[in-house]
Ligand binder design. Structure first.
Ligand code: HPA
Ligand SMILES: [Zn+2]
Length: 338
């Protein structure tokens, strides 16, 4: 019997490639950690927190997101955060996740880099026991300078065998990828993968810089690349994976309405687009909800939905053999779903 669309999407094997672990901090856990660590937060209740999640742009969101992260202090907090994400992701049949973390958000308030790593790695090990694999991507905060990013990369040195890649996030406008060319070159020399947020709010020129100066292996968001035909052609030719985040785009006013979301235009242009949740605790949905919302708003076919999930494995940093195994399971699932 053919499955309904909602359960087809939930059960579809998928990878998540654009997830800020600090953005998976649900208000309930924020309150529990505030109590456990005796940290003051500027909210009276969980409802109060949710009511504050109205954003008109990226910066509005970042201000609240960095405030929320203050409750994370001990390794066990980072472990609990990661465990909660993996449990929720497993319910959406996420088989593999490549998660971003923002060490500077923590080290700048005196939390040691090692505490963050130990906590996250312990949550990841627990998830692996439950069958969900993961990799870590260390993001540099682009509103800070490149010296700070280089200092952070130095702190990461002893952990490099546990870090798959580096990324670039935070306030995009006024902070072009070019600002981080040296630290990305150093990461490349150390054998790490490179990704960067570009074209979320920033212009197509920032996407060109991410490709040409940072030499990214994957592009995070990339919406505004659609404004530049030569850029779209380049991304299609290179089969560059784009980690697109529909509910984030809606909440941060990158699109006015999901009915205007470019996801199907991206697929039609031959781009290797994927669907991801970005900061699910803040944007109102985990990865399957992102697939469902955009599939309904844009009338995506099951073939297109399956392609997006296939792209998530192809665009991951798993080995070719691991990708092939996941894609074969996905194809069997699609066939059996009818
Ligand atoms: O969507 C995002 N964009 C930039 N920086 C971020 N940090 C967390 N989420 C985001
Ligand atoms: Zn992001």
């Amino acid at each position: 019997m053919s499955k309904d669309l909602d359960s087809f999407i939930t059960g579809l094997p998928k990878a998540e490639l654009h997830l800020h672990i600090e953005g998976s901090l649900e208000p309930e856990l924020m309150f529990a950690l505030a109590r456990r660590n005796k940290v003051d937060i500027p909210f009276a209740s969980v409802e109060d927190v949710r009511a504050a999640y109205q954003f008109s742009n990226l910066q509005d969101f970042l201000d609240i997101y960095y405030a929320g992260a203050q409750v994370l202090r001990e390794a066990e907090d980072f472990r609990d955060l990661a465990s909660a994400y993996f449990a929720r992701a497993a319910a959406d049949n996420v088989r593999h996740a490549e998660i971003f973390f923002d060490p500077q958000t923590h080290t700048d308030r005196g939390i040691p880099f090692d505490v963050v790593m130990e906590g996250l790695l312990s949550g990841m090990a627990e998830a692996e026991q439950a069958g969900v694999t993961s990799k870590l991507i260390l993001c540099f905060l682009r509103h800070l300078d490149e010296e700070a990013a280089l200092a952070t990369f130095k702190q990461a040195e002893k952990w490099l065998d546990r870090i798959a890649g580096v990324g670039l996030d935070s306030s995009e406008m006024g902070h072009p990828p070019a600002k981080f060319a040296r630290v990305f070159a150093a990461a490349g020399e150390a054998g790490l993968k490179r990704v960067a947020h570009a074209g979320e709010e920033g212009p197509p020129a920032y996407v060109w810089e991410a490709l040409d100066l940072l030499k990214v292996d994957r592009l995070d968001h990339g919406n505004r690349a659609m404004e530049d035909a030569a850029l779209v052609q380049r991304l299609a030719e290179e089969q560059m994976t784009l980690t697109v985040c529909p509910l984030s785009n809606l909440k941060l006013c990158v699109v006015k309405d999901l009915a205007q979301h470019p996801i199907d235009a991206m697929l039609e242009a031959g781009l290797a687009a994927t669907i991801n949740s970005d900061d699910p605790a803040y944007f109102g949905g985990y990865v399957a909800e992102n697939y469902r919302a955009v599939a309904k708003a844009r009338g995506l076919s099951r073939g297109q939905i399956a392609q997006l999930a296939r792209n998530s494995f192809t665009g991951s940093f798993l080995s070719e053999a691991e990708k092939a195994a996941h894609i074969s399971a996905l194809d069997s699932y699609v066939k059996a779903a009818g």
